[in-house]
Design a protein around this ligand. Structure first.
Ligand SMILES: *[C@@H]1O[C@H](CO)[C@@H](O)[C@H](O)[C@H]1NC(C)=O
Ligand SMILES: *[C@@H]1O[C@H](CO)[C@@H](O)[C@H](O)[C@H]1NC(C)=O
Ligand SMILES: *[C@@H]1O[C@H](CO)[C@@H](O)[C@H](O)[C@H]1NC(C)=O
Ligand SMILES: *[C@@H]1O[C@H](CO)[C@@H](O)[C@H](O)[C@H]1NC(C)=O
Ligand SMILES: *[C@@H]1O[C@H](CO)[C@@H](O)[C@H](O)[C@H]1NC(C)=O
Ligand SMILES: *[C@@H]1O[C@H](CO)[C@@H](O)[C@H](O)[C@H]1NC(C)=O
Ligand SMILES: *[C@@H]1O[C@H](CO)[C@@H](O)[C@H](O)[C@H]1NC(C)=O
Ligand SMILES: *[C@@H]1O[C@H](CO)[C@@H](O)[C@H](O)[C@H]1NC(C)=O
Ligand SMILES: *[C@@H]1O[C@H](CO)[C@@H](O)[C@H](O)[C@H]1NC(C)=O
Length: 475
């Protein structure tokens, strides 16, 4: 795994590159790969290298796990000297799980495909997440994610829409057969980290969740195309989990589970860990997920979820738009949720709140730990071909309060259900809503708009820099 002597930094001038490219025309022997890119990122890097510098083989068959590890370990030494970027060139790069480093960019060429290995020995195990206490597929332990990072600062995973293919079918089959001894890996996970960007990539067929930032802050996720079969198990798109200051925008997601699932830990473990997801923006998302939600809040929400701002989102052929999932035992809260502008087509439910979601990690949960669901605001919604306008089920003795719904027009399917608004244990108001809401959400005489904050969250003012990247690899 010794890096070749071709390691080149961006110090090489473009004059040299041009001269070299001319030379290449004359003499075809020389380089396997040379390119120049501009791309937006939170931080640019002083040093760069290509995966092939470290012996990478892009034939789709040779494992590159050790190559990724060697490359990133080498580049980690430049963290305090302007940082480094690793270019994944055109090719199919088979790999197991590998770890990221700080002040680092992983850049995928548009014709690069990172292929996840189906050899379990390429996937180290990690302890279960402390805020979950148990694994979701198997109680003890979990596989490390394909691209994993912990305790990092300033990490970018981006490209010109290059692809990461989780080859999930192997794991979905094991899940269905009940053969998993550890919880399945995610595609990308960062833990205990700050300043993260994940952008301009196509992610397909994750073994389980696709993108999982947890216990982290200042996260920008944009321009992702996420694709999985609509019947694949637990292929959530993006799961911000106990994170502060997150901006998710311009993503297109087709999946077998919630397109976005906002989380913060599970029952007694999440309550004890006590780390909320807060200050989250979700905008310009397009979602297709026939059996799940465009945006789910929960079901694991035991560290609390607060200040979520969802704007200008689209769902097509999706079970529900924004769904709150919780249960007695979860504790904590979901509050100050603001949704403005949804365009929806072919939905089972527009509004859905589930207070009896169940699904507990173990019998040790406290049934008296009741969640506080309050301040839930929806406005400016247009929906077509809907089966039920709303199913809003709070918890008996713990009603969901402060629900506000305004300026909503719902067109129904050819055979709509008679009871369009099925409400229990909820309190709130509506204005200018068709069909008319349930009695628990009375229409006010004076028309009004439900609130949406005027202020900007700090993550909205983060500006991207334009980074230039020049790479040459001779091997
Ligand atoms: C990284 O690899 C290059 C190229 O082989 C080598 O010159 C350099 O010393 C390595 N750096 C570190 C810190 O290992
Ligand atoms: C990756 O990080 C995890 C968690 O810190 C650690 O257990 C594992 O050993 C690391 N893997 C490598 C190859 O360094
Ligand atoms: C990572 O950060 C967490 C939270 O600050 C800390 O508990 C843990 O020890 C750190 N891990 C490492 C490997 O530094
Ligand atoms: C990225 O690739 C996907 C899959 O090929 C494609 O559907 C999408 O339009 C591409 N996005 C951009 C911005 O080029
Ligand atoms: C990345 O995606 C954003 C949209 O999210 C787009 O504005 C930008 O041009 C894309 N950049 C590249 C290098 O593809
Ligand atoms: C729920 O949260 C709201 C807003 O923070 C607070 O006013 C209310 O007292 C809480 N309710 C319960 C039952 O804790
Ligand atoms: C009502 O919502 C629609 C989108 O469904 C929007 O175009 C319109 O401006 C909203 N009306 C008001 C008064 O805000
Ligand atoms: C309307 O929704 C039904 C499911 O309720 C679906 O079968 C049908 O294709 C949809 N129609 C249109 C025009 O999208
Ligand atoms: C309304 O919701 C309740 C609680 O989930 C359910 O038991 C009932 O069957 C629903 N009613 C109709 C008519 O769908």
């Amino acid at each position: 795994m010794k890096p070749h002597n071709s390691y080149v930094t961006v110090i090489i001038s473009s004059v040299l590159i041009l001269g070299w490219l001319e030379m290449r025309v004359a003499e075809c022997r020389v380089a396997s790969y040379a390119d120049k890119f501009d791309y937006p990122a939170i931080n640019c890097r002083k040093h760069s290298a290509v995966l092939t510098d470290f012996g990478g083989v892009g034939d789709g068959k040779t494992s590159n796990t050790k190559v990724f590890e060697a490359a990133i370990s080498n580049l980690s030494h430049y963290a305090s000297d302007g940082g480094a970027q690793l270019v994944v060139p055109p090719g199919k790069w088979l790999t197991g799980s590998f770890n990221l480093t700080s002040h680092f960019t992983l850049f995928l060429h548009k014709d690069a495909v990172i292929l996840a290995s189906q050899d379990e020995s390429e996937w180290p195990s990690l302890p279960v997440l402390p805020s979950y206490g148990k694994g979701r597929d198997a109680p003890d332990g979990r596989f490390s994610s394909l691209i994993f990072g912990t305790n990092l600062t300033d990490v970018v995973i981006t490209g010109y829409n290059g692809t990461i293919d989780g080859q999930g079918a192997y794991w979905w089959q094991k899940f269905h057969k009940g053969e998993l001894k550890l919880t399945r890996p995610y595609m990308i996970e960062v833990m205990y980290s700050d300043q993260i960007q994940i952008s301009n990539l196509t992610l397909v067929n994750s073994p389980s969740w696709f993108v999982h930032p947890i216990y982290s802050s200042n996260i920008i996720i944009q321009g992702l195309t996420i694709l999985a079969p609509v019947d694949s198990p637990n292929t959530d798109g993006i799961d911000p989990d106990s994170c502060t200051n997150t901006r998710i925008e311009d993503c297109y997601i087709v999946s077998g589970d919630d397109c976005i699932a906002v989380k913060s830990g599970w029952d007694e473990y999440g309550i004890k860990f006590g780390m909320p997801t807060q200050r989250l923006i979700i905008r310009r998302l397009t979602c297709i997920s026939p059996d799940s939600a465009m945006i789910a809040l929960g079901s694991e929400m035991s560290g609390g979820i607060q200040d979520v701002r969802a704007e200008d989102n689209i769902a097509i052929n999706t079970q529900s738009a924004v769904r709150i999932k919780t249960a007695a035992g979860r504790g904590a809260y979901v509050k100050d949720i603001f949704v403005r502008g949804m365009s929806l087509d072919t939905m089972k439910y527009v509004f859905w709140m589930t207070g009896d979601y169940g699904s507990h990690p173990d019998p040790g949960f406290d049934p008296k730990a009741l969640p506080n669901i309050t301040g839930i605001n929806y406005r400016d919604v247009r929906a077509d071909n809907v089966t039920y306008s709303a199913k809003l089920g709070g918890i008996s003795g713990d009603p969901f309060t402060g629900i506000c719904i305004s300026n909503v027009t719902i067109g129904l399917t050819e055979k709509p259900k008679d009871l369009q608004w099925n409400c229990t244990d909820v309190e709130g108001v509506t204005s200018n809503v068709t069909p008319k809401a349930c009695d628990l959400l009375p229409e006010k005489e004076q028309k009004f708009d439900c609130p949406f904050p005027d202020d900007k969250l700090p993550i909205e003012s983060v500006q991207m820099k334009t980074c230039s990247l020049t790479t040459v690899s001779f091997f």
